[in-house]
Write a protein that binds this ligand. Structure first.
Ligand code: GLY
Ligand code: MN
Ligand code: MN
Length: 439
């Protein structure tokens, strides 16, 4: 059972930072897969962060302008015994108050009627447009009414603002409770990588590895994969978002597995390991793997307070480019190759992202011109790679790629916490040194 007191602390912080703005935070809706079948429900991470309420078709109101005891309102699906027989349990209006700490709760069907009265007296409406057109129409109508009132009585009009900067700044810093959950998610994910590697051999199919790793997630208490698992052997690994996972594993190929679990409270791991299917790197695979590993370890070591995501990326890029020049896959001065981006046919993505309730978690990387400095409590991935294929043309002046290098895709991805004592790599249980991957 989830400890709901954590959510009330988050609400306090959010309400304090809203000042006089009233915030409207919707839950996710069910999404149709096909016909009358839905995808498994996945709660909206902002809504979850503030409520811990795991049902669709709900809306949370945060009303700092109201009296104590009227600041957190939930609109939820009412209890409906017949529908609960078909689709499962609902907490209903009573449950929203007794179990989830709402000061008051209503049926979601009354949202359009009750929104305007609740907004009265707010300095602004904080609502993120562009996500749910049905809720947006109701909010815009309520806002229009406010604007009409304002015109009549001659006070300044109230703005519609985005709550995301406040909320996402809160989510960017993980407290000790969140860190414990992230350690758990990453630990299960890392052990799952070890487990699937121990079962891998030539002749298996990528989807068998997917099944093994995802079963491990479920067997160990996770909700399932946090994102579409990537199991990409050989040249498939050069497709960054490959999720078909349906090729046989050939003797002599590498396999890249990018997979992480999601816990019941949605915290995620995000780990990539690349290893030889037959337990032995070829010369070309080994040479490229060593370049990625050196770049990844240096980038990981640079995850310290005060640096930023761009600086970490540049450390990885420099080492990748140096290694690729040494191997003859790039030619020229390292500085000018970096400046011209002449390496991007071999390394075309960023080196990491924030990690949390979303796999690509919220939070700014730059504030205008200024990169956001790392601070203790932030969690990010570090995931450089090299992908050698002929999908992207070789830039003018760069060497054409010999066949012996083609079809090698390598990424190494760890999850790391910024602490005041330096980087804490959360995913160390998944090994990555060559000696540990060969047998
Ligand atoms: N698994 C997605 C990513 O590594 O960013
Ligand atoms: Mn990632
Ligand atoms: Mn990943």
């Amino acid at each position: 059972m989830i400890d709901l007191s954590k959510f009330s602390c988050r609400r306090e912080r959010f309400l304090a930072q809203l000042g006089g703005k009233a915030a409207i935070i919707p839950a996710a809706s069910l999404v149709t897969h096909h016909a009358d079948c839905d995808y498994p429900f996945r709660q909206d991470s902002d809504f979850w962060y503030l409520t811990g309420f795991d049902e669709p078709d709900a809306i949370a109101l945060f009303l700092p302008h109201r009296a104590i005891g009227e600041k957190f309102i939930l609109f939820v699906r009412p209890k409906e015994p017949v529908l609960e027989v078909w689709n499962g349990f609902r907490w209903g209006i009573e449950g929203a108050m007794s179990e989830f700490g709402a000061d008051c709760a209503h049926s979601i069907n009354d949202f359009s009627k009750l929104l305007s009265p609740y907004l009265k007296g707010a300095e602004a409406i904080a609502f993120r447009i562009g996500k749910s057109s049905s809720i947006e129409q109701i909010v815009l109508k309520a806002w229009a009414q406010e604007l009409d009132n304002v015109q009549r009585i001659g006070i300044p009009s109230i703005p519609l603002v985005d709550p995301s900067p406040i909320l996402h700044q809160l989510r960017l810093f993980k407290d000790s409770f969140e860190l414990a959950r992230m350690r758990e998610a990453v630990s299960i994910s890392a052990k799952a990588h070890e487990f699937v590697r121990s079962k891998t051999h030539p002749g298996m199919n990528e989807r068998e590895l997917q099944a093994i790793i995802e079963k491990y997630f479920l067997d160990n208490g996770a909700r399932g994969p946090g994102y579409g698992s990537i199991v990409a052997s050989g040249d498939n690994a050069c497709v960054l978002h490959y999720t078909q996972n349906n090729s046989p594993l050939c003797d002599g190929d590498l396999v890249l597995i990018d997979a992480g679990c999601s816990l019941h409270d949605y915290y995620n791991g995000d780990i990539t390991r690349t290893f030889p299917v037959n337990g032995h790197f070829s010369n070309e695979q080994r040479a490229l793997y060593e370049v990625v590993l050196v770049a990844q370890k240096a980038a990981l070591a640079s995850v310290v307070e005060g640096t930023d995501a761009e600086a970490i990326h540049l450390i990885a890029v420099r080492l990748l480019v140096e290694g690729l020049v040494d191997l003859g896959l790039l030619k020229g001065q390292v500085d000018s190759l970096i400046e011209q981006g002449a390496y991007k046919h071999l390394y075309m993505h960023r080196t990491g992202h924030w990690l949390g309730l979303d796999v690509h978690d919220v939070g700014a990387y730059r504030l205008g011109e200024y990169p956001v400095p790392l601070e203790p409590g932030m969690v990010l991935t570090v995931e450089p790679g090299i992908y050698v294929s002929d999908r992207i043309p070789v830039p003018d002046g760069q060497p054409s790629i010999k066949d012996r290098w083609k079809g090698i895709g390598i990424r190494i991805e760890d999850d790391v916490l910024v602490t005041k004592d330096g980087p804490e790599v959360l995913s160390l249980e998944a090994v990555k040194d060559i000696a540990e991957l060969e047998f």
